[in-house]
Design a protein around this ligand. Structure first.
Ligand SMILES: [Fe+2]
Ligand SMILES: [Fe+2]
Length: 739
């Protein structure tokens, strides 16, 4: 295919699904995935929520999705048919949910806890749906608008997650953060709950590849509104908005995509039915639970933590320390002995030694929750009244049959689309294609990590020499908020604004177009560096919310007219630059954008895939890149574009949005200050210096790509010290990127 024959992409981007491709993994990841899949459901849930970077988790996610989604269902259902089907299930579940919601006893409390691992992850499947491979798709941006709304429009305190948490707390259910190590324990999650959670988390790891199914899941889960009904919350987004999204999708989708959409809907409907069934079963179990069994439950929960505290306390001649560390602990036997012991005998104050111990002032005060303490008090009172019922320790089995079936399906499912191989040696163009389509090429993740690390390390050369930069100053300085703001101001005024003079000589048309092509590869992945930060379990800090707000700004909050990827396509088209979409294989053959500039975009794509490992570096890079386009560079470009009548929408949008007084540049500095303030408060002053150094190498890594002239002066042999992918530029046109 010659360059002239390549498919040309032009917005609107009407994809309904990405082209189907195999999923490549390394053989080592396949082995690690087997180990993960053999873990108990709760451990797998925890792994999925905490690990958003590893290849093995991507493979586990694919296996889970294959097992849960039964396969496309050819269907004649149109919009009204789908809406009616989901509404029918909602009506079917409503009566049960009302009963559960109205139950203010401990059964109702258990139900709310049980639902929390699903309710609090609601919408996570949208976390990275917006990514270089899917932008600027019409449907992805509609969903991004939902995502933005679910995230509280930039205010975490208005987010779905927070509103649900508040509703839980109003009902007396207080839980740790969702990614906290003890979260599932605190919810007493049944294996089935954890497995359901694993499905939604898996979808959040491969959203682009499962776009049609994801839309089905998104529609069904939100339209069924199980969590809203349980917690008495207003649906968000409302049914009409959801239906509009669905209508928009059905206009884009062919029969194959509709079949996949219905598959997603069926899966979510089945899961929600199953989970409401589990909640019902759990509530019934609680309601029928004899007092002794409740006591046994409390003891079983606390026994592992009792440790050696009870060395001196004996029941039936055996120390409690020994009893509670016995792996064969017979709870019924223990409770039978305990109720005959002196610990529960009525004392002169009408209580007992045990009840006094758990009350305020007693040695065990605060160990048990209010509800647990009440169960003990009730039990002791019954014992003192002479009750000696049979002690039956019954563990809950709610949902276990369905969980076993799901686990068997996960074990038994094979995913035919998996290819096991190492990525091998890759050209820059091949690597670029793989990083854009990373869901299909997870075996490239180790390559990306190594590359990002190498570049961050190499860029530290500018810690010493960075002051001589033309557009940046990456020279190292000791951190203080004042020093950071001062450096940003100084770079802005001294390097970006002061040198500005309107051009008196406009280069010829071809030269203007050529220079624009050198910027284009970076602009086509605008904001990629932060597209994976602030995902589920990582959006509690002020800095995370602010990073998400910048990303949302870049994507126009889902409004395509304001979306920066749309703007760059518009600008390129006005100059007659016609390219395939970066997600298409054909992009590897494009002849318009120079090879020498892939390094910059590759670095950005690489770091973006490790938002936990390179969080600090991303913060520094964010400041550097948001500032980079300010002042002279962009003003000159606008002048040149206007001269030839080219569309300057991309440049104009950035002129205002990135400004240093309140725009992205200022926000980027504020984010660093907020983050390091948290570091100081949690880890102390000593940690700030360490974390800061990593932030600053992120800043330096942008400078490393743009300060060609400086690097040339530093290294007589440029090839040895410069990023291999960037050709040294002439001093007079050292600019090669404009984001
Ligand atoms: Fe932008
Ligand atoms: Fe920006």
């Amino acid at each position: 295919m010659t360059a002239a024959q390549l498919p040309v992409f032009e917005p609107p981007d009407t994809i309904a699904a990405l082209p189907s491709r195999p999923f490549e993994f390394s053989p080592a990841a396949a082995e690690q995935a087997e180990v993960l899949l053999a873990m108990a459901p709760a451990a797998l849930y925890q792994k999925l929520i905490t690990d958003q970077e590893s290849e093995a988790v991507h493979l586990v996610s694919l296996r889970l999705l294959t097992a849960f989604l039964n396969g496309p269902e050819p269907s004649e259902l149109g919009l009204s048919g789908i809406v009616a089907r989901v509404a029918g299930v909602r009506a079917e579940l409503a009566a049960d949910l009302r009963l559960l919601a109205d139950d203010r006893t401990e059964a109702g409390d258990a139900v709310l806890r049980q639902r929390a691992p699903l309710g609090l992850l609601g919408g996570c499947w949208l976390d990275v749906l917006s990514q270089p491979a899917t932008q600027p798709s019409v449907i992805v941006n509609r969903l991004f608008a939902h995502h933005f709304a679910l995230r509280g429009e930039g205010n975490p305190k208005r987010s779905l997650h927070y509103l649900r948490r508040q509703a839980l707390e109003r009902a007396g259910v207080y839980l740790p953060e969702i990614a906290a190590a003890d979260f599932l324990n605190a919810t007493e999650a049944r294996p089935l709950t954890a497995l359901h959670g694993c499905f939604y988390l898996a979808l959040s790891r491969l959203p682009a590849s499962f776009l049609p199914e994801l839309i089905g899941v998104h529609y069904a889960v939100l339209a069924l509104g199980v969590d809203d009904q349980l917690l008495g919350l207003t649906p968000m987004p409302g049914e009409e908005e959801l239906r509009e999204m669905l209508r928009a999708y059905l206009e884009l989708a062919g029969p194959g995509e509709v079949a996949r959409l219905i598959n997603g809907i069926s899966c979510a409907v089945e899961l929600e039915r199953e989970h409401v069934g589990l909640l019902r079963e759990l509530a019934d179990w609680y309601r029928r639970l004899p007092l002794e069994s409740k006591v046994a439950g409390v003891v079983a929960r606390h026994a592992p933590f009792a440790g050696r505290h009870h060395q001196g306390v004996k029941v039936a001649g055996r120390s409690l320390a020994e009893t509670f560390t016995d792996p064969g602990l017979d709870l019924a036997r223990f409770l039978a002995d305990f109720r005959e012991s002196g610990h529960v005998r009525r004392t002169h104050d009408g209580l007992s030694r045990f009840v006094r111990a758990i009350k305020f002032g007693g040695p065990m005060f605060g160990i048990f929750s209010e509800q647990e303490a009440m169960i003990f008090s009730e039990w002791v009172a019954a014992i003192q009244a002479g009750d000696r019922p049979e002690i039956d320790v019954v563990a809950s089995t709610a949902g276990d049959r369905a969980a076993a079936a799901r686990s068997a399906a996960i074990k038994g499912t094979r995913t035919p689309a998996i290819v096991l191989r190492e990525p091998g040696a890759l050209s820059d163009r091949e690597l670029f294609g793989r990083l854009i389509n990373i869901e299909n090429f997870a075996n490239t993740l180790p390559v990306a990590r190594d590359r990002a690390e190498r570049l961050f390390t190499e860029a530290e050369v500018l810690f010493e020499h960075g002051a001589g930069g033309r557009y940046t100053d990456a020279s190292y300085f000791e951190y203080s908020a004042e020093a950071l703001y001062e450096r940003a101001e100084q770079v802005y005024w001294e390097k970006l604004i002061r040198p500005y003079k309107p051009l008196t000589d406009i280069p010829d048309r071809d030269e203007v177009v050529f220079l624009q092509t050198t910027y284009a590869l970076g602009a086509l992945i605008d904001a990629t560096w932060i597209h994976r930060t602030a995902n589920l379990g990582r959006c509690d800090r002020r800095c995370d919310a602010a990073l998400f707000s910048i990303y949302a700004d870049e994507m126009g909050y889902g409004d395509l007219r304001k979306n920066h990827i749309t703007l760059i396509h518009r600008a390129l088209h006005s100059m007659g630059i016609k390219l395939p979409h970066i997600r298409d294989e054909a992009f590897q053959q494009q002849g318009d954008l120079p090879d020498a500039l892939y390094g910059f975009s590759l670095h950005q794509l690489c770091m973006a895939l490790f938002p936990d490992s390179y969080y600090n570096e991303i913060l520094g890079y964010n400041l550097a890149i948001e500032m980079f386009g300010l002042g002279e560079l962009r003003l000159h470009e606008i002048q040149k574009l206007n001269h030839y009548g080219f569309d300057d929408c991309y440049e104009q949008a950035h002129l205002t949005i990135d400004n240093i007084s309140a725009g992205h540049s200022r926000q980027a500095a504020d984010i660093i200050v907020a983050y390091l303030d948290e570091v100081r408060r949690v880890l102390g002053d000593a940690a700030v210096g360490r974390e800061w150094r990593r932030i600053w190498r992120g800043y330096a890594s942008l400078a490393y790509f743009v300060e060609h002239a400086l690097l040339q002066r530093l290294a007589p042999e440029p090839a040895q010290t410069q990023p291999a992918r960037t050709e040294p530029a002439q001093e007079d046109d050292s600019l090669s990127l404009l984001i």
